[in-house]
Design a protein around this ligand. Structure first.
Ligand code: SF4
Length: 67
């Protein structure tokens, strides 16, 4: 699995980090919205369910998963 985030549309809601902190970390972004940092672009398969919860939970729908 490979994770992509459209940072132009991320507004730092942090739902992703609540659902899967192993993969998503939301950081302050001076002068703008907080932004997510993807800690692992190709996480282990065992994290798929948590990653998919983050995908579904993101209010802006900016996380996508390939594979
Ligand atoms: S939930 Fe979506 S919009 Fe919010 S920080 Fe995560 S990726 Fe960005």
């Amino acid at each position: 699995m490979r994770i992509k985030v459209d940072l132009d549309l991320c507004q730092g809601h942090s739902v992703c980090m609540e659902e899967c902190p192993e993969v998503f970390s939301v950081r302050d972004n001076p002068g703008g919205y907080p932004q997510v940092m993807v800690l692992q672009e190709s996480p282990e398969e065992a994290l798929r369910a948590k990653v998919m919860n983050a995908v579904r939970g993101c209010p802006n729908r900016v996380i996508s998963v390939e594979g």
